[in-house]
Design a protein around this ligand. Sequence first.
Ligand code: CMX
Length: 466
Amino acid sequence: RKDLKSTLKEAIPEKVESFKYVKSNLGDKSFGELKVSTILGGMRGNRSVLWEASTLDPNEGIRFHGLTIKDCQKKLQKSQAEADSPLSEMLPESMFWFLLTGKLPSQEQINDFTAQLAENAELPGYLHTLLDSLPSTLHPMTQMSIAISALNHDSLFAKAYERGIPKTEMWEYVFDDVINLVAKLPAIAGKIYQNTFYEGYMRSNSLQTLGEINKKKDISYNLASLLGMTKNDSVNLKGLSETDSSDFVNLIRLYCALHADHEGGNVSAHATHLVGSALSDPYLSYSAGIQGLAGPLHGLAAQEVLRFIVAMKESLVKGSEMPSDEQISTYLWDILNSGRVIPGYGHAVLRRPDPRFEAMVDFGLARPSISKSDVHFKLVHQLSKVAPGVLKEHGKTQNPYPNVDSSSGVLFYHYGITETMYFTVIFGVSRALGPLAQLVWDRILGLPIERPKSVNLQTITNAFGK
Ligand code: CMX
């Protein structure tokens, strides 16, 4: 008697043949308003998600309400205390305000908003208990999605819905949940870091901490503090210098502002929007976004890139001598020939080097301790000149250029966040901003539940008479 898996195995060849037939013979045909290739090909280019705050142009990159990254770096508010420093970066709080309202905030507005978030940053007791109960071997992204999902316990929107509220009032409760979630993300991320890599320094029975939430500081400072990276907290286990500590806080600010939104079709944004369309509260919705971000073709690439760069350094860098372009090229071909992808390269929409990658590289180039002395950074930079040629010759990827994940991990690593498994959690803190801003608008506009129509291969084939 055949078991389930063997029965399935038997059904595979015929279905794969049918898939190949439809893809190669009917791909160009219009099926309703779409091409068959769009249905089979991950809905590429299909304009079907309403998304207000950002638009991605294949050749230009991202614009936030019409502003480029460089415009945002000039116009969005910085921390008031460091507003005059040329090395100070825009605040993610400012980016969130802009994404949500389409208006540039004043310094006073951002000061107040930053204080409001810090005031709500502490985690409820049950979340500490829950996170403490998870094994430290559980991937940090899984821990993050569990923690965010559990905050549904306190959802004002879910409670109001249960009581019964008109559709026109929903957005106000969603807004309150969104602010609460954005405020708590640094503490969630910090606790996961400490539990996973520092044996629970933040656990309630421990007197030691890597750092703490400071109610007078911004979310990036507080996240950096909880990772043990700020100089002025009571404990400074990692022993960073004042300059490095301040640079690290600015790295988090830049990273979180840049990764906040990338229009609505990417997996984390779309998952948040889709789940939210069922009127699941913002915690459940963004928890779904985090689970998508945890995929290696999306946010997890940040972790993959760093592992790849470290391995490449071990294999190609001898002492202080950098490898030749030819050596890098051979290294890349070995990876491609073994059927693997080059992490940090390619993009579903972009057709040029990602301007977010360039902004992160500029951060490193502005600091000689990174640009001149950090071998991993130098390797990332050299790779970005060599890999496009190799990928073009390989001939598969439609975009042979570096994407955002190519450069971020190496900068965290430089300052001492060496736990590669953790990188995507910082992405998760940042990516909340765009999709959650859109979720508020979804409810303001009263968008309906998402329900695309699915079709099977037989239906497509029948439509064209085979
Ligand atoms: N190395 C090797 N091959 C690659 C490649 C890369 N970096 N990027 C794409 N390809 C291959 C694809 O695997 C695909 O091959 P098959 O036809 O055999 O399946 C082919 O090129 C065509 O792919 P594409 O249309 O150019 O790219 P997709 O839109 O399908 O996928 C992406 C986009 C990002 C998933 C893909 O480029 C990739 O896997 N890159 C490496 C992982 C990565 O860096 N992800 C992070 C993306 C940014 C983010 O979301 O955070």
